[in-house]
Design a binder for this molecule. Sequence first.
Ligand code: PEP
Ligand code: MG
Length: 315
Amino acid sequence: ALAARRASSHGPGRTADGHPVRLYVNIGGAGDAAAGTAAGAQGVGLLRTEFLFQGRQTAPTHAEHVAAYAEAFAPYAGRTVIVRTLDVGADKPLAYLDMGDEENPALGVRGLRLARRDPAFLTEQLAAIAEAAAASGAEVGVMAPMVATAYEAESFARTAREHGIARVGVMIEVPAAALCAAQILTHVDFASLGTNDLAQYTMATDRLAGELADLLDPWQPAVLQLIAASAAAGVAAGKPVGVCGEAASDPLLGLVLAGLGITSLSMAPASLADVRGTLAAHTLAQCRELAAVALAAPSAPDARAAVGRLVRERA
Ligand code: PEP
Ligand code: MG
């Protein structure tokens, strides 16, 4: 019984009937990496790399890059680690990088767009990731933030593969990318939905605007529809489409996401146990039913309430 309990608190994510949904953690620094293994994660679904660049006056050296990635990969031998390339601009500024005068920084040169101005930002980082990955036992992939077009996905994938990185993906966090997910997926191995920015850009609501929090709710019908479209494109292409925004840490929403065809959920380590347990208590058919109920609801509170009601009835 103890072994079974340990398996259920640390095993891979599965629905009650065995459908796999991989459970990953989001990591914000090399020093946090071990928290994911302690929580029983199957890997890292989002390694944010801004920590390497923020809070300093000069760019990190190649050796500093490699050492930080090596430290982050070390606990994950034999497991997946998805490294997100630098996502600065807007809510993530850099002291030593003058972004110029941008009227709307959230709509400006941020994420992958920085590589248009200065390709070295991307290529230096990819070279260091590839070097650290080769020396680690982890299955390392990279993904680009703020991709809006299939062309950007294609050019990022080409650059990453030129650096010897085998698994290449993009984030879907701009509505355009969700709408073009099928085309985007022809160029990459996987995609991961960043629901924090996807909600911001879909709802035209600053993600830092506390008084508008109701509009940023990932249960908003428009956000759910874009998630559903992206997941369906993944199912059709036979390629993984996960979620790595805060939405993945909501156990009820996790059921809906599984029902939509999302293949992995990446979250703060503290949320893993709840999400794993809730998933294990529902079959894939039930998740699909909950997804249909959520998609049919006219508002975020209605969607959450309708799904919650069905789940409680079953318990
Ligand atoms: C997101 O946008 O949902 C995401 C995971 O990335 P970040 O919060 O770092 O922008
Ligand atoms: Mg984002």
